[in-house]
Design a binder for this molecule. Structure first.
Ligand code: PMP
Length: 292
């Protein structure tokens, strides 16, 4: 038995480590009432957090854009994250953390005083499996109906949920949002990429239209290091359907080839060579992170 005692899922809620099914927040928490909060999902690979610093930087940005106070120092949060990983004995999986503006009588404007709420959960997932990760998936395209601050990792994910449900109903893995100009913004929970016919790697530039994924940033860094030509620029559904390769990136999907877009095959329906290379590099990156 480890120092953390017998196995049961443990959540962290505002200062307490509780059995997962007993963990709860106040009904007037503004996260519950208004989606007035932000979150992060960080991968755990061989017991280590993947790209922790980048996730903390994005969390800081999301909080400051919404003027939500840190519930504790970043240093304390890193200790709590390790406690949650240890108490749940996670080797491979994810940690979820959410910070809301806290509890206050329901009123749209910010309360004069509230203490930010913090919750953390963690869950095991099957360890990274290159064969599984390299399987192509289908995506569909759907109209972009979200608000204009998608750069903030807000817990307000209703449009994303509706989009993902549409994907599931269509037998697909992901849905790509398409803006009024016919350009793909991103997936409901991932960033969208193509390899154009001339071999150029493309993903939309990071502005308010998309969440700047940590996996996206890592893949761009890898491309840079490996001398792979890339451009951060929006592409259309037609561009994507005509592309040599397409893929998605996210903390939980890693680098995932797209086999079909709206039923049309990309790259002959098989993972292309560049995405396969990028997935290898990404797997190496995760191993390096675990070795730190
Ligand atoms: N876009 C959206 C809308 C997302 O929800 C996610 C996953 N949180 C991403 C992109 C990918 O971000 P990351 O690589 O940091 O997981």
């Amino acid at each position: 038995m480890s120092e953390f005692g017998p196995l049961s899922r443990i959540a962290y809620v505002n200062g307490s480590y509780l059995p997962h099914n007993a963990a709860a927040v106040h009904i007037e928490d503004r996260g519950y009432q208004f989606s007035d909060g932000v979150y992060e999902v960080i991968a755990i690979h061989r017991g280590s957090l993947v790209d922790e610093a980048a996730h903390m930087e994005r969390l800081e940005r999301s909080l400051s854009e919404l003027e939500i106070d840190w519930p504790m120092s970043a240093r304390c949060l890193s200790i709590v994250m390790r406690q949650v990983i240890g108490r749940n004995r996670i080797n491979d999986g994810i940690i979820y953390l959410q910070i809301s503006r806290g509890v206050a009588p329901r009123n749209h404007a910010f309360p004069a005083y509230s203490e930010s709420s913090l919750i953390l959960t963690a869950r095991s997932m099957p360890p990274f499996d290159a064969a599984q990760a390299s399987k192509g998936v289908d995506v569909i395209t759907i109209p972009e109906i979200r608000w204009k601050r998608r750069d903030i990792k807000s817990i307000s994910l209703l449009a994303n949920c509706l989009g993902k449900e549409q994907a599931v109903q269509a037998g697909a893995y992901e849905a790509w949002f398409v803006d009024d100009d016919g350009l793909i913004t991103e997936g409901t929970s991932s960033n969208a990429w193509i390899v154009a016919a001339d071999g150029t790697l493309m993903t939309r530039h990071a502005d308010n239209a998309i969440l700047n994924g940590i996996t996206r940033k890592t893949v761009l860094k890898i491309a840079d290091e490996q001398g792979i030509d890339f451009v951060e620029k929006a592409f259309s559904v037609e561009d994507a359907k005509a592309a040599a390769e397409a893929f998605i990136t996210s903390t939980t999907s890693f680098v995932k080839p797209v086999a079909r877009i709206d039923g049309d095959k990309v790259s002959g329906g098989k993972p292309g060579p560049l995405v396969a290379r990028l997935l290898d590099y990404y797997a190496e990156h995760m191993n390096d992170q675990a070795a730190v």
